[in-house]
Design a protein around this ligand. Sequence first.
Ligand SMILES: Nc1ncnc2c1ncn2[C@@H]1O[C@H](COP(=O)(O)OP(=O)(O)OP(=O)(O)O)[C@@H](O)[C@H]1O
Ligand SMILES: [Mg+2]
Length: 269
Amino acid sequence: MDALLEVRELRVRFATAHDLLGRATAYHDAVRGVSLSVARGECLGIVGESGSGKTTVANAIVGLVEPSSGEIVYDGVPLPSLAGRERRLAGELLLVFQDPQGSLDPRMPVWAIVTEGLAIRGRLSRKALRRRAAELAEMVGLSGESLERYPHAFSGGQRQRIAIARALALEPQILVLDEPTSALDVSIQAQVLNLLLELQQRLGLTYVLVSHDISVIAHLSHRVAVMREGEVVEEGEATRVLTAPSHPYTRALVEAVPRVGQANDGAAT
Ligand SMILES: Nc1ncnc2c1ncn2[C@@H]1O[C@H](COP(=O)(O)OP(=O)(O)OP(=O)(O)O)[C@@H](O)[C@H]1O
Ligand SMILES: [Mg+2]
């Protein structure tokens, strides 16, 4: 398989207590030897209960958390290397957060927010930035007028669209989506997931999708990795993992999801 992203034996240990000199005296092993591989154009879903280490894996991939050991290899280049860092900084690998509220500057109009990364690169005129903002708005289903407004004027779903547009501005290869819809109402969740699906197909994006919600994972993922207590307990093709899980923990996760029509299953026979 042609892997665009590989996570090899990733371990992340957090210090949870320090002595008076600031030396760590207690640790928590949040990620205990996770290996994953994501092909170009694929969506890998990472699911698991709260505290299983999903966000820590996502953050390590985008460089927000330092691995204690192991490797993140992006397009054949280990990310801690200089070349890897540059590509990460260039926006080829980006994180979209759970709660866009906290990550959108309330003092900036939407057009400036979505093109901020481009403005920092400094290659485009203000006029070109605005033109690009209009394209991005169209791409994520925001109206042209929204570009002049400020983040507080938007609903949660619209704010997530703004966050997605901002990420797309840098033309990333990989988007790491950490609970992209869990702050949203169920009806809005589906719209944002459908947008992500459409964008993936249209732009050939590669996704790492982190969610505790198995129905969100099912919506987008080609393959699924199930995490528990810092380890991957099961990994495989999404349909197989979600319909015929082999690990008892995955089975418990899948069975906990209420399905429409499930109550009628018995009555029909
Ligand atoms: N900076 C940190 N310092 C110490 N412990 C941390 C830190 N970040 C996370 N942890 C711990 O590591 C474990 C994994 O956390 P993580 O946020 O990766 O879980 P998660 O699977 O994303 O959970 P959730 O579904 O609640 O978002 C948890 O026990 C958490 O308390
Ligand atoms: Mg998390």
